[in-house]
Design a protein around this ligand. Structure first.
Ligand code: ADP
Ligand code: MG
Length: 257
């Protein structure tokens, strides 16, 4: 995290107010991006700006195009129209950890880094941040689901990304591990300060973690709101419930009350 951003965040945290990113530098600028699959318009002239240090959650019905947008931001897919301006230093964590089974955990963490940067010490330092340095020499097959996903997170952070893309990274984890991972991601994003885009279908998870929440509707960002809650957050309370109900309504889930 840059010193300026860190100080600014610390000052805001001290005030225990939700963060205002309107003056932070732009990290992601998506302009009129479209993506068409077999004649189906999945993304339709989508606009989106994310600022440095901002944690944005992206909600949307299954098949609404969340992964398609994330893959374009990651550079794994190209839009059919429009432009996506993203930082060079960006990494993705997917739902499954995608570790190379024939390499030990620490080698997985520094995989693909230039040889002079791919040291064991660097890998172990990243693993320590996710509480997994004691498994540095383990084989991926011996890790639990939560440990494997923490290794994937260490692999992302060791690259010091300016943009961290997370595609439902907790979806395959049990409820308790999921809670721990949510806390860990929240803490790490505060420490490292990348712009973060978290794709999730979990409305409460979005409210607990994000500075801003988007809903993908009909191929573009149909709803965009700041989260008016200071950190640390807990589920429940009037503001939390009001926002949850609004988001569920935007997602087309009728409320019983
Ligand atoms: N490579 C592809 N080829 C054809 N159709 C695709 C491809 N990738 C995604 N789609 C389609 O685009 C739509 C959006 O997919 P996706 O972005 O994965 O949705 P989400 O992540 O929101 O569930 C779906 O209808 C999906 O079938
Ligand atoms: Mg998806």
């Amino acid at each position: 995290m840059s010193t300026a951003l860190a100080c600014w965040r610390a000052a805001e945290d001290h005030a225990a107010q939700p963060l205002d990113f309107s003056r932070a530098p732009v990290a992601v600028r998506v302009a009129q991006v479209s993506r068409i699959f077999s004649g189906n318009s999945v993304l339709d002239r989508l606009d989106l700006t994310i600022r440095s240090g901002e944690f944005v959650a992206l909600l949307g019905a299954s098949g609404s195009g969340k992964t398609t947008l994330l893959r374009i931001l990651a550079g794994l897919d190209a839009p059919d129209g429009g432009e996506a301006g993203v930082p060079e230093a960006r990494t993705v964590v997917f739902q499954e950890p995608r570790l190379v089974q024939s390499k030990t955990v620490w080698k997985n963490v520094v995989i693909g880094l230039p040889r002079e940067q791919a040291s064991r010490a660097r890998a172990v330092a990243a693993l320590a941040e996710v509480g997994l340095d004691h498994r540095a020499d383990a084989w991926p097959a011996t890790l639990s689901g939560g440990e494997a996903q923490r290794a994937a997170l260490a692999r992302a952070l060791v690259r010091e990304p300016k943009l961290l893309l997370l595609d439902e990274p907790f979806a395959a984890l049990d409820a308790l591990t999921r809670l721990r991972m949510q806390r860990l991601i929240g803490d790490l994003c505060q420490t490292h300060g990348p712009a973060t885009l978290l794709v999730t279908h979990d409305v409460e998870e979005a409210i607990l973690l994000a500075d801003r929440i988007l809903v993908l509707q009909a191929g573009h960002i149909g709803f965009d709101t700041r989260v008016p809650l200071p950190h640390p957050r807990r589920a429940g309370g009037e503001a939390f419930d009001t926002l949850r109900d609004r988001l569920l309504a935007e997602l087309g889930v009728p409320q019983s009350e």
